[in-house]
Design a protein around this ligand. Structure first.
Ligand SMILES: *Cc1c(COP(=O)(O)O)cnc(C)c1O
Length: 388
């Protein structure tokens, strides 16, 4: 059978490749510790599950949801932006419920691009961007996120040629995979840049609430004028441990949101109402469950930072996300080091190159593993490093 050229030429989704490797090793009886997965290990808070169970028993919730999401969920998103960021949103035109933000990002790209249009995309960056652009017959136009610049784009280093071939720009803070975070001034610069070059600006805020100490991640929507050409994607997957529930949202520019809703209304009929209503409860909560998660991640990060320092591996402690982005030791490539860790320590780490060529020389450790397992992982890593 002949599938489409776009599907045939799509690189295998990174995490499914790792999953296959892991399954094969575990079948051999090897106790693999997977520090590669980007989803929380912690359970969904009970108040959210209780709401789901209650709502699931109501027959009126068994029907199709309105295309753009139900009123309860959309109002919760509007209230969240008001309370958290002091941003006003029009519930009818500036908010849409999504079946996870990944779905929304992929469909928005499809809704905006014509064949050959470029998308300025961070390198390293979340691999879904590249695949979604490819499936939409677009071109990924990479710009680097470098350690020396705190993983913030150097807007004035992006070439005219790259700007001219692009229609959109993607940003993601707190950043996966680097853990990079920004202040509002980076978003101000991004909005100016997008306006000057007539680009649509897409901010993926999947880790908006996964932050440590007194750092609070800003919203792109806080920049005056941002709504003229930008949207921001949010997700409950990471902040409320709801990755399997598939619920997220997009807010911002009306035209972009309308285009996305046209694509979506022809492909899906939004999320199961009880899930939307449970997610609304989460967004209306006092966020104590989020703070408690963040404390857990921070303890794990501190432990990993100490262990990395012991091994002379350089890494900056992140202010957000549950990832540590670290430098591979002298003499290794990212791939070589990841293979050594798998073969000699039974640990899956993600080579930086899985997120783009500019990730060479780095690896990503995901802290979504219980602290005892993480401790075991650090012991095994140290042993493998001593072995040379
Ligand atoms: C996990 C993740 C997402 C996807 O989140 P869902 O809402 O579960 O689809 C999007 N962007 C980044 C950077 C992520 O790490």
């Amino acid at each position: 059978m002949q599938t489409s050229k776009q599907v045939q030429s799509l690189p295998a989704y990174l995490f499914s490749v790792f999953h296959k490797k892991k399954v094969a090793l575990m079948a051999q009886g090897i106790d693999v510790i997977d520090l590669g997965i980007g989803a929380p290990d912690l359970p969904t808070p009970p108040f959210i599950i209780d709401t789901l169970a209650e709502e699931a028993r109501k027959p009126e919730n068994h029907k199709y949801s309105p295309y753009g999401g139900c009123l309860e969920f959309k109002s919760a998103v509007v209230a969240f932006y008001k309370n958290h960021y002091e941003v006003e949103l029009n519930i009818d035109s500036e908010v849409l419920a999504l079946i996870g933000s990944k779905e929304g990002i992929a469909h928005l790209i499809r809704a905006v691009l014509n064949p050959g249009d470029g998308v300025l995309t961070p390198d390293p960056g979340y691999p879904v961007y590249q695949s979604a652009i490819h499936l939409a017959h677009g071109a990924t136009v990479r710009f680097p996120l470098d350690e020396e610049n705190g993983y913030v784009p150097k807007f004035d280093h992006i070439s005219d040629r790259d700007i001219d071939r692009s229609k959109m720009m993607l940003l993601n803070y707190p950043n996966n995979p680097t853990g990079g975070t920004v202040g509002i001034e980076t978003f101000e610069e991004a909005v100016r840049f997008a306006k000057k070059h007539k680009l649509s600006l897409i901010h993926d805020a999947a880790y908006d609430l996964v932050t440590f100490k007194d750092y609070q991640a800003p919203s792109l929507m806080q920049v005056p004028g941002a709504k003229q050409r930008s949207v921001e994607f949010g997700s409950l997957s990471k902040s409320f441990n709801m990755s399997g529930w598939r619920i997220g949202y997009v807010v911002g520019n009306q035209e972009l949101i309308r285009a996305l809703s046209v694509v979506k209304s022809n492909m899906d009929t939004s999320q199961f109402l009880p899930i939307q209503k449970a997610a609304a409860k989460a967004l209306q909560s006092d966020f104590s469950s989020v703070r408690s998660n963040n404390l857990t991640y921070e303890q794990r990060i501190d432990m990993m930072m100490d262990a990395l320092a012991d091994m002379n591996i350089s890494a900056t402690k992140p202010r957000g996300t549950f990832f540590v982005w670290a430098k591979v030791p002298e003499g290794y490539t990212s791939q070589g080091f990841a293979e050594k860790m798998l073969d000699e320590a039974g640990i899956i780490i993600t080579p930086g190159t899985a997120f783009g060529q500019n990730g060479e020389g780095y690896f990503r450790i995901s802290l979504s593993v219980p602290i005892e397992r993480l401790h075991e992982a650090t012991l095994r890593m140290k042993k493998a490093m001593k072995g040379g």
